[in-house]
Write a protein that binds this ligand. Structure first.
Ligand code: AKG
Ligand code: FE2
Ligand code: ZN
Length: 708
């Protein structure tokens, strides 16, 4: 008897399983047919979650809440308006668990119930610029406090000078602050844990904190409060709240005027999020530990044109760009509640964790000159691509003057010419001749973002594999690009690819950095900047090829080699690349050139002179307003942000830059070309004629023509 019952259950169970499997296969089929997403049967770390998309009304918070029960999430990609999402777990085991437990399960969302079907995928698409997604672990709860509570909280603040001691009140350069419970010290980026302040968290905050407890936003009351007050035009540099100082959950309550907070991922992602007055921002997980947050000092924000305070729907990706408007800032006061940490932080982000730094991060050793493609690609990824993504806004701010001879080449092209700028950087050559049709590409998504914001036709691409038709361009330029390829084969391949684009009779102008910085008894601008810049650390060359100077007493070498007999002058001690001393003569052909980024600059968004690039970029791709339909039981609303590529390197505390200004040094790999080397390279390609070659301000340059 018992057997029969068991068997019936077994049969029923397997029927259910079969049904789920059928539906899952159907979902995979639809994904392939309609979206071109192919699933695999072998377990991987990544899953596509059919029906778990923003297009099904599933929010990022809702999906990530269920997914993270099965393991630590590395990435959650939710393409806007799609009925699916992608998740990548840190381990395959996590993905397997989620697959086993969630497949065919219902997910109850705010406004509907969906059934999830999960399949393994080999790779996950990148989050596109403008797509709507928040950093993992970030939640924004709209209207968390009532207007009455807002007024009460603001009235509880006493900014009079007599109160300085009690709340460690400070007037910072870009805002004023007060601390309760414990002082957060901006000199050492930490709190004196055994020195509590006379004033604890004001009683007016308690009802709000109780609400956080009962809504399970926190499970223990905070014991530290920092109040920041920003006038219009003020802000806070990008930073991560010190891991060792505070526990995981950070709450930031926005009162008064709305603002835009920028979240940056170390890989370059930027999410600009509108924080409306009376909203509560909850930072946990990756958003608290790995992403920096900051407010760019400015008087206006670019926001979606629908009133973010209203319950307008989320604009789609395209609409986000087209329906932007300016919003004037007013005075904003934020209450940041945190809990002091008494044990070292053991988060999963050792690269940015001050508790784990010493033991976890070994001293970086210098890379070697590569001998195979794989090593070369790796070197370029670390010492070219990553660096440009990290320094993009600052790099761009030093690159505004086009070189005259490049301009002359572009200006002499007939109207209507098709021109490709391969490695276009910030796009400074794309508008030189308005009569031609110019497209640009660069390997750095952060630089391409800057170009896109300037309205140029651009795309991200590797110069070795351009997604452009052969023989379709009248002219190409490659300015200061090919010297970043680390083997002769790759440099040759880059020139070949450039030539491939040209129509017969088309011309390519190529500039590379010269090993010889002194030519015809003339020192290049790069060397001359040495005396002019007074060894400053502020990278502000306006049109020089390279970066800033550093003091050096090394004599200039004058080494000229003839083109026919190119000798390698790389002197690699134990095979390692050496670090070049800026503004001095090169000692070897392959080396690492430092780029000094004053943290203060990047943190404050104060790039020298015009900081248009930075300002513009941090204002775009904002989050939408709100979802009107969220959480019917209460008056919370969830705002969803959008991301685009821009990077930041700083991971220090909010005002370390005010008290100390540290410099982050990045190293870019260069192969310096010797005289004749570029011509020699071009000479190896059939169907190419070197029209002319010259030395221009420390660069070797060729103009080549495609003959067939
Ligand atoms: O103003 C805010 O919302 C953020 C303040 C903040 O990040 C901090 O004080 O660490
Ligand atoms: Fe913070
Ligand atoms: Zn940590």
């Amino acid at each position: 008897m018992a057997d029969t019952v068991d068997n019936t259950i077994f049969v029923k169970r397997s029927k259910v399983k079969k049904k789920i499997l059928r539906k899952q296969l159907k979902a995979s089929h639809i994904l392939l047919k309609h979206e071109g997403i192919s699933t695999v049967s072998q377990p991987t770390k990544s899953l596509v979650v059919a029906n778990g998309g923003l297009g099904n009304g599933v929010s990022r918070q809702e999906l990530s809440a269920v997914l993270k029960e099965f393991g630590e999430i590395e990435r959650l990609v939710m393409p806007p308006q799609k009925p699916y999402a992608f998740v990548t777990y840190r381990s395959e085991a996590g993905a397997q668990k989620a697959h086993a437990q969630l497949n065919g399960k219902s997910l109850k969302c705010e406004d509907n119930v969906v059934t999830l079907y999960l399949s393994y995928v080999q790779s996950v698409p990148c989050e596109e610029a403008g797509s709507l997604s928040l950093p993992v672990g970030l939640t924004l709860l709209d209207s968390f406090v009532s207007p009455e509570e807002e007024a009460l909280l603001l009235a509880a603040l006493d900014w009079s000078p007599g109160n300085d001691e009690v709340t460690a009140q400070k007037a910072m350069k870009h805002r004023r602050v007060k601390h309760y419970g414990f002082e957060f010290r901006y000199d050492n980026n930490n709190v004196d844990k055994d020195k509590p302040l006379p004033a604890g968290i004001p009683a007016e905050c308690l009802p709000i904190l109780e609400r956080c407890l009962s809504n399970q936003i926190i499970d223990i009351l905070p014991d530290q409060l920092t109040v920041n007050q920003y006038e219009s035009g003020q802000g806070i540099p990008p930073h991560i709240d010190t891991h060792s100082a505070f526990e995981e959950t950070i709450l930031s309550l926005s009162l008064g005027a709305q603002t835009v907070m920028d979240f940056r991922h170390p890989d370059g992602g930027l999410v600009a999020l509108v924080l409306p007055g009376r909203s509560l921002l909850v930072m946990k997980g990756e958003s608290r530990y790995l992403w920096t947050h900051g407010i760019t000092p400015r008087k206006c924000d670019v926001v979606p044109s629908c009133d973010p305070q209203s319950s307008a729907p989320v604009p789609t990706d395209n609409q986000t760009q087209s329906r932007l408007t300016l919003s004037r800032r007013g005075t904003r006061t934020s209450f940041t509640f945190r809990r002091i940490r008494h044990e070292p932080c053991r988060c999963g982000f050792p690269s940015v964790c001050d508790s784990q730094r010493v033991s976890a991060v070994p001293e970086p050793s210098l890379p070697s000159l590569p001998t195979c493609h794989a090593d070369a690609a790796h070197l370029e990824k670390e010492y070219v691509h990553r660096v440009y993504n990290s320094i993009a806004p600052h790099f761009s701010s030093t690159r505004h003057s086009p070189w005259p001879r490049v301009c002359h080449f572009l200006s002499s092209l007939p109207p209507g010419s098709m021109v490709a700028d391969v490695g276009c950087g910030n796009g400074k050559y794309l508008s030189v001749n308005p009569e031609v049709i110019a497209v640009g590409c660069d390997r750095s998504s952060a630089l391409i973002q800057i170009c896109a914001e300037r309205g140029f036709q651009v795309f991200v691409s590797d110069a070795l594999m351009l997604p452009l038709h052969s023989a379709s361009f009248d002219a190409c330029i490659s300015i200061a690009v090919i010297h970043h390829f680390s083997t002769q084969e790759r440099r040759l391949a880059a020139v070949r690819e450039l030539v491939r684009l040209l129509k017969p009779g088309g011309q390519a102008l190529i500039y590379v950095w010269a090993y010889e910085q002194e030519y015809n008894k003339q020192r290049s601008k790069y060397l001359k900047e040495q005396s002019k810049e007074k060894y400053s650390m502020t990278n502000s060359t306006s049109n020089g090829t390279q970066d800033l100077c550093e003091r050096s007493s090394q004599p200039l070498e004058d080494k000229h080699n003839s083109g026919e007999n190119i000798q390698c002058v790389s002197k690699l001690a134990d095979g390692k690349l050496s670090i070049h001393t800026n503004r001095t003569a090169f000692k070897s052909q392959d080396l690492l050139v430092p780029w000094h980024l004053k943290d203060e600059k990047i943190q404050r968004g104060e790039y020298s002179g015009e900081n248009l690039e930075y300002k513009a970029s941090s204002g775009y791709g904002l989050c939408s307003g709100n979802r009107s339909d969220c959480n019917p039981g209460s008056d919370f609303k969830i705002s969803i942000g959008s991301s685009l590529g821009l990077s930041s390197e700083s991971q220090t505390s909010p005002d370390s830059a005010t008290e100390r200004s540290s410099v982050t040094v990045f190293h870019r790999y260069y192969h310096l070309f010797q005289q004749g080397e570029l011509e020699h390279l071009c000479g190896q390609i059939t169907g190419v004629k070197v029209e002319s070659s010259y030395h221009d301000q420390g660069n070797w340059c060729v103009l080549v023509e495609k003959t067939a």
